[in-house]
Design a protein around this ligand. Sequence first.
Ligand code: R5P
Length: 284
Amino acid sequence: MTTIVSGADSQTLAAALARELDVSLATAEYNRFPDGELLAAAPDFDDDRAIIVASTVSSDAHMELLQLQDAVREAGAEEVVTILPYMGYGRQDKAFEAGHPISARAVARAISTGADRVLTVTPHEEAVCEFFEPTATAVDAAGRLAEPLPDDLEDPVFLSPDAGAIELAETVRDAYGDGETDYFEKKRHSGTDVEITPSDVDVAGRDVVVADDIIATGSTMSESVAVLQERGVGRVFLTCVHPLLADNAVTKLSRAGVEAIYGTDTIERPMSDVSVAPSIAEHL
Ligand code: R5P
């Protein structure tokens, strides 16, 4: 039998997955000692298969996941399946300069020591799956991003802010069932300074859905929206798998004039309208 154990930041998705799979959900506890150390535990876990659902959105979440993996093993789990709805540090998939770590590999190795199997949803680069031992399974959730879009999009364009996300934009268009696709070129000068070079797609009076895997600081999206506004776009909808929306991203995007922001529950935010639970369940 299987029991799901949730990290503190993934409780909504863990509950949705438990319903989807019709399995029980353990009550995990998340405590902190006065010196700052964490103690995550699953005191009522008593099963032979654990599915741990934990987006590693922070260093604390990483630590908590390692503790939960160890706790269920201590409690007798013979199989531990770890779901990383959002894999933190996944974008640090190479050493950027001499002396830098490959952070994605470092966290993957640590997580692998406590898991028999790892699944992660729409990783930034699928190659990060190979950092896990055994190789992690990438769950593609992009098709679900069309679910909350309005039915009445006007002559829509599904756009990615860089060439790397064009497949994602195409998947959303295919799931929506109608529309053109295109992509912009992006040059990143720093964490928040992004330069967008538009394509020559005609967006005047048309509704545009900008699709990306992650919205982090919102710089990529706000620059893209500014370019679209200059070209007389109709409504602009933003959609992403991982609505990280750090710092003042939501304000930045609202000021840019977007109609709506949609994301999934890989990261729990007010705009996590889409659940990836059915996509994960297909792989379990
Ligand atoms: C990077 O290539 C990703 O696909 C996203 O475009 C990026 O993570 C978005 O970051 P930000 O919101 O900080 O511009």
